[in-house]
Ligand binder design. Structure first.
Ligand SMILES: N[C@@H](CCC[C@H](N)C(=O)O)C(=O)O
Length: 260
């Protein structure tokens, strides 16, 4: 069978996109999804996303990591899916869709950047050397001295598979402060089991964690990721983060067919 796919990337976090409105895709075929995400034997991607029909919102997002397993929310993937939905004429520049963590509102701005509302965050666990929070996906956030030369894969895997997070694991973000409103981060992603060039829920977690640690009092924070720049903004009241938005590029790369 010939499978039609679209490839998108958001600050270098890349995804295979499939229009599954006719519900044809074999969603339980973990091996096939991992194969499609394989950079040597397949199309290549950090994840695969299905765009599906939903009865009450514009569409449904179903996200898989590159290991072939369905997982929690993907911020960059959500932004790319919004751009994909526009390409398919499912939406124009404004949308509400459903994902595993609930409803998401998003807009495509005049410059093409996609702004995606993320879940509200109330619980942030602060430990001596890291912060843990869930921004749709679980994130460990840790400041490090030499981010540029830090071994993300080795140190990320040690924490992800260590005692802290048990079987479910976590995504692991290493962070450096640049100025009052800017941070650089590099992320080890669960389910990819490697560093990716960007992680949207990770950037969101870093922005909130840096506010909680008192490293910034800005409500709009610039995040440098390996694949570009993201902006996270929020309102904060009594320790609760609401109206959390993740903004950045979401770009179509190519379209093709693959024999499956
Ligand atoms: N790249 C994503 C995060 C995807 C989910 C993550 N790998 C997990 O399984 O927790 C993003 O942009 O948020």
């Amino acid at each position: 069978m010939q499978l039609e796919f679209y490839k998108y990337q958001g600050t270098g976090n890349d995804f295979v996109m499939i229009d599954n409105r006719s519900d044809f895709f074999p969603k339980e075929n973990t091996q096939l999804i991992a194969h499609l995400c394989d950079r040597r034997f397949g199309i290549g991607g950090d994840g695969l996303i299905l765009l599906e029909n939903d009865t009450t919102t514009d569409f449904k997002m179903v996200y898989y990591n590159s290991d072939g397993n369905q997982s929690s929310m993907c911020g960059n993937g959500g932004r790319c899916l919004v751009a994909f939905a526009k390409k398919l004429n499912v939406i124009q520049n404004d949308t509400t869709f459903i994902a595993t963590d609930g409803l998401h509102h998003a807009t495509i701005e005049d410059d093409g950047l996609v702004s995606l509302q993320m879940i509200d965050v109330a619980e942030v666990k602060v430990s001596s050397d890291h912060v843990f929070l869930n921004t749709g996906s679980p994130h460990h956030v840790q400041l490090v001295d030499d981010l540029e030369n830090y071994n993300i894969k080795e140190n990320g895997a040690a924490i992800r598979y260590g005692d802290l997070y048990g079987k479910a694991g976590s995504n692991i973000n290493f962070v450096k402060q640049i100025d009052d409103t800017t941070f650089s981060l590099r992320t080890y992603e669960r389910g990819v089991e490697d560093e990716t060039l960007s992680c949207g829920t990770g950037a969101t977690a870093v922005a909130i964690a840096m506010n909680v640690l008192g490293k910034t009092d800005a409500s709009s924070i610039d995040l440098n990721v390996e694949g570009g720049k993201l902006v996270v903004s929020f309102d904060k009241k009594e320790g609760q983060f609401t109206h959390v938005f993740l903004k950045g590029p979401a770009e179509f790369v190519f379209k093709g067919t693959i024999e499956i």
